[in-house]
Design a protein around this ligand. Structure first.
Ligand SMILES: Cc1cc2nc3c(=O)[nH]c(=O)nc-3n(C[C@H](O)[C@H](O)[C@H](O)COP(=O)(O)OP(=O)(O)OC[C@H]3O[C@@H](n4cnc5c(N)ncnc54)[C@H](O)[C@@H]3O)c2cc1C
Length: 393
């Protein structure tokens, strides 16, 4: 290949740049590369979990030139790193992304590792251009384009999709640091299994789905268990039972979460602030099951007294372990664009950021519907955002 061919072939030039060639030796001639190592795409997708892969699937079908950047080492890692006993609460028939059903009996409930492997297989099947191990440190404007910085890598694109759930940075209250050093404490995203705990009582600080699921495990493992915090309500039947199979999937998940509770319906607009503030109702674990397992419901942990967790009612708990199930931040500090309101909330309409044309979000809690952050809801949002992207091309 002659010099001219190499430099006029953008893919080849990008490849040389990506290899980190500060200077290129071509046909005996040394060319200094004065420009930073920049690559250009039509679209950059940030996040390569189910949201990013869904966007990628629809971009590929539309013939768009794009890349997907993901901080984790392997596709599916956000599932792989969750606690060992976790099973999905959604049946396999709702766990497939567009174009590839989940490979398991329709009414079975995959493990978190099966879900991780499914995502890896999905990326491979559609040859989605995911670059793992690339953490975006800054997203900003450069003229008419968006620029992304990730270590030594700099990429530019006309349009960018931030594709990830709101669960990126664990939320732990500042007073957690005052807990006695004898108490083992961790956030739910660090919890894997009972072997991490000390003998003695466990406080689950936060009574949403993670708190309730882990409380069942610690109570069954013989630990005195307190589940602390306000209830978020619950779906009144187990996903695995008769009503679960015949009502949860078709009625609650498909009809209520996907069709009725959206930003386009009065019901959805009414429910959205509550869901954003409080979280989703308990889906697998029921209050009577918690009671039967001797999980004690207690008020919120509001501070620390004498090194122990202090409850809203003034009691302190003699716990040996505290697991913070207190939720997550989206962790968008790396977005250097004026897209946040005074309270730090992202300003968007169904994932479209009107103040920054060409910037989109997919995967966030109640982005468009109650199902937006769930596997069966993310594909519709991805398709809608890709439609907006192609309309702008
Ligand atoms: C405990 C738990 C159980 C759940 N169970 C179910 C269930 O049964 N059914 C269901 O439908 N939903 C469930 N969900 C909700 C949802 O399906 C999952 O949270 C899912 O992982 C969301 O996928 P995502 O792609 O939107 O985000 P994530 O899985 O969080 O993926 C985002 C990706 O973006 C990457 N990333 C983040 N920041 C950057 C950056 N700056 N640069 C580059 N990459 C970055 C991360 O490394 C990650 O790989 C559950 C959630 C939790 C927390």
């Amino acid at each position: 290949m002659r010099i001219h061919d190499e430099l006029s072939n953008p893919a080849q030039a990008a490849h040389l740049i990506e290899r980190g060639a500060a200077s290129m030796h071509l046909s005996g001639l040394t060319l200094r590369d004065p420009a930073p190592k920049r690559e250009r795409f039509e679209v950059i997708v940030i996040g390569g979990g189910q949201a990013g892969l869904s966007v990628g699937y629809h971009l590929a079908r539309a013939g768009v030139r794009f890349t997907i950047l993901d901080a984790s080492e392997r596709v599916g890692d956000s599932w792989r790193k969750r606690w060992d006993s976790l099973r999905l609460f959604t049946p396999a028939k709702l766990d497939g992304l567009d174009g590839m059903p989940f490979p398991a009996p329709r009414n079975s409930f995959p493990t978190k590792d099966e879900m991780a492997d499914y995502l890896e297989a999905y990326a491979a099947r559609f040859a989605l251009p995911v670059r793992n191990g690339v953490r975006v440190e800054r997203l900003f404007r450069r003229g008419a384009r968006y620029a992304v910085k990730a270590g030594a890598l700099e990429l530019e694109a006309e349009q960018v999709v931030v594709a990830m759930a709101s669960y990126q940075r664990p939320k732990v209250p500042a007073f957690a640091g005052e807990l006695s050093g004898e108490i083992v404490q961790m956030h739910s995203n660090e919890y894997r299994n009972l072997a991490q705990l000390r003998p003695g009582g466990v406080v689950l600080a936060g009574a949403g789905n993670s708190g309730a699921d882990i409380a069942m495990e610690t109570a069954r493992g013989g630990h005195a268990t307190w589940l602390s915090g306000r209830g978020t309500g619950h779906v009144p039947f187990r996903p695995e039972g008769f009503f679960g199979r015949n009502l949860l999937a078709p009625f609650v998940l498909r009809l209520v979460f996907h069709r009725l509770l959206t930003v386009r319906t009065p019901l959805g607009r009414m429910a959205r602030p509550n869901v954003l503030a409080k979280g989703a109702p308990l889906i697998r674990v029921k209050p009577r099951e918690l009671a039967a397992a001797r999980v004690e419901r207690v008020p919120r942990v509001v501070g620390v007294r004498d090194g122990r967790p202090l409850l809203e009612d003034g009691r302190t708990l003699h716990a040996a372990n505290v697991i913070w199930c207190s939720g997550f931040h989206p962790g968008f500090e790396w977005i250097d664009l004026p897209v946040f309101g005074n309270g730090g909330e992202l300003l968007h309409r169904g994932g479209l950021v009107e103040s920054q044309p060409g910037l989109y979000f997919v995967g966030l809690t109640f982005l468009y519907a109650m199902s937006s952050s769930m596997i069966h809801g993310v594909g519709r949002d991805a398709a809608r955002i890709v439609k907006a992207i192609t309309a702008r091309r």
